[in-house]
Design a protein around this ligand. Structure first.
Ligand code: F0G
Length: 470
């Protein structure tokens, strides 16, 4: 690893412009269906973008998860799969990459992020315990609850305000964390659950200074800190940009320092690591490793493949290395910002500052006339699709679900519709089309009414719920 930041294209040429550090070798045709086809597809999907068929979608910004374009190096790695049940060569390559770039000692592969969330939650949480974290994530919190725990949000207040320009809205509020420790006792807190570029807050970063302080506080009470590393490379890019002392530090070095403050991490490799499937759990404590390595054989597969093929692990190992390339990550985040800046210029209300992986539309301000119980963010996602086949995702009251004890709807402060940008997939021209789609719905915003939920599954309802127009 070099210890000074490599110069980007723009810096080498002494210009402000930036461009993707790759060229396109293979294309997948996409096409816009007719308005009547879109109308039919949306009704069949119960106004839930998760239930649309991909072939009915024109530009797919549902998620950045598993939707990245792999590089030619990753594809050639797919040919090097050692498909052995035990001890595949590709596993050792993956283990090596995680040790080198994230710095954790023991690695267990899983089929994706929630497989790792399941293992860590079952291994560390006992019924009646509390898990503080910098805002919930849907699957993370559910696994904590299924293990008998209660998630407690200790993120800074600014995270709940979409208009706040606070640079590190993913930070933990140390006073909230310490107050919880005093209230319930440190023995009731198995670990602090941190996440990089906090998804539900709009892709907002946590600073190095904050993770350092969280670690210091937790050391005083003998509490471990675990990290959701899913989008940490993006978080590190924002640290490099905004945090004093890091502007000349390469992303790879920032990542390793950050992870060094934590005892382990779980990972959905379908994001930062540029693969279509995969995840892992990595820890430093030998006793925790012993537990999760034993448990993975029940739920995922042997501890040297954890639900992945050898070829998947090879592509992932290569993706880990590519994901911390300074030029790659700068391009990735700047493309998201390009879309965000177009919308800001048209006064469309979005979460500020623009996050690492997506532009989040603020549905409360977009549709001030639609009450939260009538699903404004879900309505917005449905209308964007109808307008021009652009698929987005609700991140508001439908995603927040019901309180696991009272059964009442949770009413999150943030009611957002997420335009999530897959990595290395769409061009700037696609971003222009998306921006015009949003503008067209925004210009007609007064004409839309909300939705009513007509089918509600028990777990993670947003994935499969159905709605009808009010
Ligand atoms: N943690 C975070 C922060 C995530 O964003 C996700 C998935 C997971 C964990 C779970 O990982 O999907 O591989 O099982 N987020 C996707 C999204 C679904 O669209 O944001 P997984």
């Amino acid at each position: 690893m070099s210890d000074s930041k490599p110069k980007t294209m723009g810096q080498q040429l002494g210009r402000r412009s930036w461009a993707e550090p790759w060229k396109i070798k293979m294309v997948e045709p996409i096409r816009l269906k007719s308005k009547s086809d879109r109308q039919r597809a949306l009704e069949e999907a119960g106004f839930n973008t998760f239930l649309l068929r991909s072939e009915d979608v024109y530009i797919d910004l549902l998620t950045d998860s598993g939707t990245s374009a792999m590089s030619d190096r990753q594809w050639s790695g797919m040919m090097l799969g050692d498909e052995a049940y035990a001890g595949s060569r590709n596993f050792f390559r993956l283990e090596h990459a995680i040790r080198e770039f994230y710095g954790y000692e023991h690695v267990v592969p899983t089929h994706q992020g929630r497989g790792a969330e399941h293992l860590i939650s079952q291994a560390l949480i006992s019924p009646g315990q509390y898990i503080p974290g910098n805002m919930y994530f849907t699957t993370t919190r559910l696994h904590q609850e299924l293990a008998g725990g209660t998630f407690v949000d200790v993120i800074v207040d600014e995270a709940h305000d979409p208009a706040s320009d606070f640079p590190f809205k993913g930070n933990v509020d140390l006073r909230k964390l310490e107050a919880l420790i005093h209230e319930v006792g440190s023995e009731k807190i198995p670990y602090v659950s941190l996440a990089g570029t906090v998804n539900m807050a709009g892709g907002q970063p946590i600073s190095m200074e904050n993770v350092r302080s969280v670690r210091e506080l937790c050391d005083r009470y003998d509490i471990r800190v675990y990290l959701d590393a899913t989008r940490m490379a993006e978080n590190c890019f924002i640290i490099q940009e905004r945090e004093a002392g890091y502007s000349q530090t390469p992303i790879a070095q920032i990542l390793k320092e950050f992870c060094g403050y934590t005892a382990g991490a779980w990972m959905s490799a379908k994001k930062d690591s540029l693969v279509n499937i995969g995840g892992w759990l990595a820890v430093n404590d030998a006793d925790v490793f012993d537990q999760v390595r034993n448990m993975v054989v029940i739920y995922e597969g042997l501890h040297t493949y954890g639900g992945l093929a050898g070829r998947d692990m090879e592509a992932l190992a290569i993706g880990v290395e590519e994901s911390v390339d300074d030029d790659h990550i700068r391009t990735r985040v700047n493309q998201v910002r390009y879309l965000g800046n177009l919308l800001v210029a048209w006064d469309v209300p979005i979460v500020r500052p623009v996050g690492g992986h997506a532009v989040f539309l603020d549905a409360k301000r977009f549709f001030p006339h639609i009450p939260q119980d009538d699903f404004p963010a879900q309505t917005l996602a449905a209308e964007l699709y109808l307008d021009s086949g652009v698929r987005s995702m609700e991140r508001g009251i439908a995603s927040a679900g019901r309180d696991s004890e009272t059964g009442e709807n949770r009413h999150p402060k943030l009611e957002l519709t997420r335009l999530t940008i897959p990595r290395r997939v769409y061009t700037q021209a696609h971003m222009d089309v998306v921006a015009e789609t949003v503008k067209s719905v925004f210009d007609n915003r007064d004409s839309f009414r909300g939705l009513e939920m007509v089918y509600e599954p028990k777990y993670l309802r947003f994935f499969q719920a159905k709605f009808k127009r009010i």
